[in-house]
Every structure is written in C-alpha cells, then in structure tokens.
Design a protein around this ligand. Sequence first.
Ligand code: G16
Length: 544
Amino acid sequence: MQTITVTTTPFMDQRPGTSGLRKRVTQFQQPHYLENFVQAIFDTKNDLNGGTLVVGGDGRYYNREAIQIIIRMAAANGVKRLLVGKGGILSTPAVSAIIRKYHTNGGIILSASHNPGGPDGDFGIKFNGDNGGPATEQVTEAIYARSKTVNRYLTTHAAAINLDHIGHSHIGDMAIEVIDPVHDYAELMQTIFDFDAIRHLIVDNGFRLCFDAMHAVTGPYAIDILEHRLGAPAGSVINSTPLEDFGGGHPDPNLVYAKTLVEAIFGNNPPDFGAASDGDGDRNMILGAHFFVTPSDSLAIMAANAHLIPGYASGLKGVARSMPTSCAVDRVASELRIPWYETPTGWKFFGNLLDSNQATLCGEESFGTSSAHVREKDGLWAVLFWLNILAARRTSVATIVKEHWQRFGRNFYTRHDYEAVDATAANELMHHVEQQLPALIGKELNGIMVSAADNFSYLDPVDKSCSERQGLRVIFSDGSRIIFRLSGTGTVGATLRIYIEKYESDSSRHHEDTQQILQPLIDTALTLSQLRQRIGREQPDVIT
Ligand code: G16
C-alpha cells in the first residue's frame, strides 16, 4: 500500500458543538473538508495507529462516500483493524456497544442526529473514545485545535470496499470487517431485559405497539428486536427503511415531527404503546394511548421502576440529569437514598459518572435516556425499558405516569424552541438576560421570590474539570425554574431554547394543562428577555 500525503489548508470553523461537528452536506463536500477533520482525529488520538476503529453512520446522504474516505485514511494512518456496519449503518448506541464489547480504541460516527438529511440537509461526524462515549471536552478541544493547524492528510489509493456484504477484506496491513449492525446490540439488550415477559405481553395478551423509526437508522434494529425477537406483528414498526433523506422528514422524535405515530396514538383505537427514535437511534419518545410522556418524567419513572428490570434489579448507584432537565428524577433519587447529579447539556458530561460507577441511569430533556450498559443515550433501550415495566406492572402508560405523580408530585415542564434565529440577536438577548441576574436574587417576580440566578457551571466530581457558561438559570423559592440556553446542535443561525418548570404536589391539579399552568412563568421569561422585540418572533417554532 502506498501512503499518499495530500497538502491541505485548515478550515477555521471545525469546532464541534454539543455532539460532534455538524454542518450542511454541501460544506462537508468541499474538497478536503471531511479529510481535514478526520486527520485531526488521527493526529490527536495516536493510539488509533496500530489500533482498532469502528466506523458507521445513520445512513443519511453522503454516509457511504464519507465511510470510503475514512477507510482509506484509516489504512494510511496505521489503523490495524476496522469494523464497519453493513451498508455503512450503525446506530450511535450500537457503536458504543461495539467499542466496549470488542475493546476497540474508539469509533467514528457519521450523523447529524435529528437534523434533516439529503443533498441540502445536514451531515455530521463525531468521535467516541475507548469507553464507548463521546470524546471528552479535552479531546474535543484538542481535535479542534489540531483542525486549525492541519496542513496535510494521509490517504491511499484503494478500490471502494463493498459495504453491502458481511465479510473480511484488507487495505495494506489494515483488516476490514463488514459486520452485522444489529447483532451485538440486540444480544446486549437481551442481557438486560426480560424478553420472555415482554414477548408474553405482546403475543399472549394482545398488547399493541407502534414504533416509528422515521426512515432513520433504528428501522433494522426495531424490526429485529420488536418484531422478530419479541413477536410484535409485522407492521408494528413503521417507516422502517433507512433513507438518505429520511423520506423528506425531520428525524426528530417529538410531537411535531413524528406525525404518523402521533396521529395513531391520539386517534381512534390507538395502540397501547407508541415510541419513536431519531436519525442515529439515540433519542426516544414514549407515548401511551392518548398520552405523551415527557422525557424528564420518563427518566424519573424509569428510576422509580428500575427494580422491575433484571439488569437493574440490584439497585441504582445514582442518577444524573442535564441541568435543563426537570427535577422530577431528583425526588425519586431522594426517596431511593441514592445520589443525583446535575450536569451541563451534552451526553459527554455523563461519561465520568458512569465510568466511575457513581451513576447508573442518565437522562436529558432532549429525548435522551440511557444507562451504564453503553456510554451513549439509547433510543431502543428506553423503549425496551418501558415495555419491561409494562410487562411487569400490567397497567397502562397513562396509569403508570399518573400514579408516579401522585407519589412524587408533578414537575410541570415545557421547552420552547426558537429556531434559525439571527445569531447576533440571540447572543445579545442572552447577554441582556445575564446582566440582570445578580439583581434578581431576592426579588419577587409574579409573586414568587427568586432564590438563585446564575450562569450554570459544572465541576466534574471525577476529573475536577470545570465547564462554565452552560445556561442561564432563574430559580424560584418554590422550585420553579426558567432557563435560557443557546443550542449547540443547530446549523443555521442560532436556536434559542427556553425551559420552564414548576413543581405541583397537589394531585387535584395534576391533570391540568401544562402550557396554562406554566403561562405566568413563560410570560416572565418573555419579559425578562425582551424576546419579541429582540428576535422578532411571536411564537416558538417547537413546543415540547
Ligand atoms: C445532542 C447531545 C445531547 C443534547 C442534545 C441537544 O443530542 O448528545 O446531549 O441534549 O444534543 O443539545 P442542544 O440543546 O445543544 O441542541 P443528539 O441526539 O443531537 O446527538
């Protein structure tokens, strides 16, 4: 094999966001753009030279081309063994599981997650380390620093690898294995959950489920696990073929974008259980007949019911949630007498807590939940967790949630997203809010006292690293919160997220409408931020 050194000049915009580098496909298609970033990974992670690497993606447009480029560069950079999913497909949690099972040195995942795909859509690349989790802040910064100085990349001439057949091949000294993308992941799920009980619920009790794969990566995983292994009738998984443009849809499992599923769940004769996952299979949305479970409640309910799941029957070490996630799980942790942790947004912040066995379950308001079984959030795992709870408790999703509220109280919660906002205006809005914070403490807003107000910073209890400026918080004496954050995953302008939460212990109010209950706090947020004047928007684009 002849190594070719290609001269290049750095791109200065390759700083990864909340989860890897995400840009328009057209930006990635510029000569050398992908190659520069991949070389920055190889130059930073020296253990890949002589090591094993996993590569796969969510099947979106440009996935196959990018994989061939990475395979040639891996060979030229001294990788000894490369595992790639058949068809170039590997979900994010499956990559994490494979890294851990085969003790590889890391993995490259090609995905822009829930962002739309296709020639005019988004593409993305992220690196996961040998624990199976997203690169830490330090590694991410080192890759970014290298991307600003990289002046050559290494590749080789080699015929394209046939990704559509499971098997072995070589480029020079590098062994390439095209693997079944589903097998290892499905086996792992079987070690955690009671498949017999779930199968009994579905096959013998007429329990009906609908899983929307949104034409994204989870289709093959859901067909194998839900239909083949657990006996759900054919057709229980909808939109199951991964498509390069996700069928023109937006592979974001929320009430707006998972339209077909939501219509079925809120229509006549709904299935007992509904769920959806996103582009790369790490997010989940959980629904019951005529019922939506917020991700924050889902995390709390999982924690409260974990003893029913074989994989967690011996108890949880602790739970962790991102700062904007509702405080519902904290109440469960207090009752279970286990520690709970509050981290910045981004799955990478859970890694140290999981590695050091201080947390078992983690979750985020952004439809992500998972546990120590991998180091990523895991959409289908969350679905199986709920199915296992339902199989054990033999009651409806709605009853499980309502009984949970009765026991722990209800954290009313909403997130309002303003997408593709002018970036300068969004930054000025954040600045405007931030400078008011010190003076708010001790004041009453809408009759409730502000007990704390700050820009959230996190001291990692394991490596003692400090992550600052992670979101503006206004916390009230009754536990209510207003949080302002700019998203780190958008690719156009800025996305402003406002998170609103209010705790209610009175069960006679638990059935009330979330938006109405939270309206006074929403109004306060709009006034504090002068949102309408500053960004010229009357309504949020997405409310969850
Ligand atoms: C990513 C991260 C999550 C984060 C989410 C939203 O998810 O992995 O940890 O909560 O983005 O981040 P932001 O609010 O900055 O847009 P995914 O599913 O997009 O990889």
